[in-house]
Design a protein around this ligand. Structure first.
Ligand SMILES: Cc1cc2nc3c(=O)[nH]c(=O)nc-3n(C[C@H](O)[C@H](O)[C@H](O)COP(=O)(O)O)c2cc1C
Length: 306
């Protein structure tokens, strides 16, 4: 008998634990020419805001020996244009999550309210790793009180959708995760890109972007994600956790589940292989069977020392 790959997140059941991560799978069905979009357990669209944003000037991506540093600056067409292209993705994907961010606390609630009315969206992923324009650019995600407020407002504004809060890298305490889980999040995504920079010897400048810094993703961050997921699982045994950071193959997906994740997002690997979502789901049954794993729920957290 083949292993049970399904994942029960409470607000939705996924056919398997592989999720295409926000920002690496497009705003709609851009990956459709490369893969069957119904195969991954879920797809999360690129971050959307109330108004369109042009993002940062190019170059916005810098390749390192084991990952990417990006400073896209949350470019997006705004919610109105986004909602016009969404039905095409909804018709192809098995489960759709929409990633949102606001420049103010109230913008998060406005976005959640708009999305609550839209059929075909299963959950809203709330990205708190962005600057609060009302507070001099402080990151919302660095302030547990603001995370609590944002989560609570989104929960109230979107009662018919799952609320997933995507927390910044776990450095130090668990207060941001606790704030999200205490104020109505159904799940948390652990975590996001990690602040990073490089020097371009040909220009003599820090890169990427005009600020000379960005967020690191890809294989370089994988072991950091494994440790962060473990820490969050130990601190919150009953929480639903989506891992995000560095997973590039079926073995990585399984390792993150064994470290405590319920499901695993894949991002940067899609730039190398646009069909990675389909490939990784295809590899999982043989891998879990070889390791004698019966179900994803049995594997979850199984590697954490007692
Ligand atoms: C080019 C690029 C754009 C991204 N855009 C978003 C975004 O709009 N919202 C968000 O929450 N995360 C965004 N991310 C972060 C990814 O969703 C993911 O959390 C991160 O890249 C770590 O996973 P990975 O190593 O599998 O890529 C982006 C990442 C990349 C590389």
């Amino acid at each position: 008998m083949s292993a049970d790959l399904t994942v029960d997140l409470g607000f939705v059941t996924l056919s398997n634990p592989v999720i295409l991560a926000s920002g690496t799978a497009g705003h709609a069905d851009e990956l459709a020419p490369y893969m069957d979009l119904s195969i991954p357990g879920a797809i999360i669209t690129k971050g959307i805001s109330l108004r369109p944003r042009t993002g940062n000037p190019a170059p916005r991506i810098w390749e390192t020996s084991s990952g990417l540093i990006n400073s896209i600056g949350l470019e997006n067409p705004g919610i109105d244009v986004f909602l016009r292209s969404l039905p095409s993705l909804v018709s192809k994907a098995s489960v759709v999550g929409v990633n949102i961010f606001g420049e103010t606390v109230s913008e998060y609630a406005d976005l959640a309210r708009r999305l609550n009315e839209v059929d075909g969206i299963s959950f809203i992923e709330v990205n708190v790793s962005c600057p609060n324009v009302e507070k001099g650019g402080e990151h919302f995600g660095h302030n547990p009180d603001l995370v609590r407020e944002i989560t609570h407002l989104c929960r109230q504004a979107a009662p018919s959708k799952g609320i997933v809060v995507k927390v910044p890298p776990i450095i130090g305490g668990m207060d941001v995760c606790e704030a999200a889980l205490d104020s109505g999040a159904d799940a948390i995504t652990v975590s996001n890109t990690i602040p990073a920079a490089d020097v371009d010897l040909s220009s003599g400048r820090m890169v990427p972007g005009t600020a000379g810094r960005g967020g690191l993703s890809g294989p370089a961050v994988f072991p950091i994600t494994v440790n962060a997921v473990r820490q969050v699982r130990q601190a919150f045994p009953g929480a639903k956790i989506l891992a995000s950071g560095g997973a590039a193959g079926s073995k990585d997906v399984l390792k993150l589940i064994m470290a405590g994740a319920d499901a695993v997002q894949i991002g940067t690997v899609t730039f190398l292989d646009p069909a990675a979502g389909e490939r990784i789901v295809g590899e999982l049954p043989e891998l879990v069977e070889r390791l004698g794993i019966d179900s994803m729920s049995a594997a979850r957290g199984s590697a954490i020392p007692a």
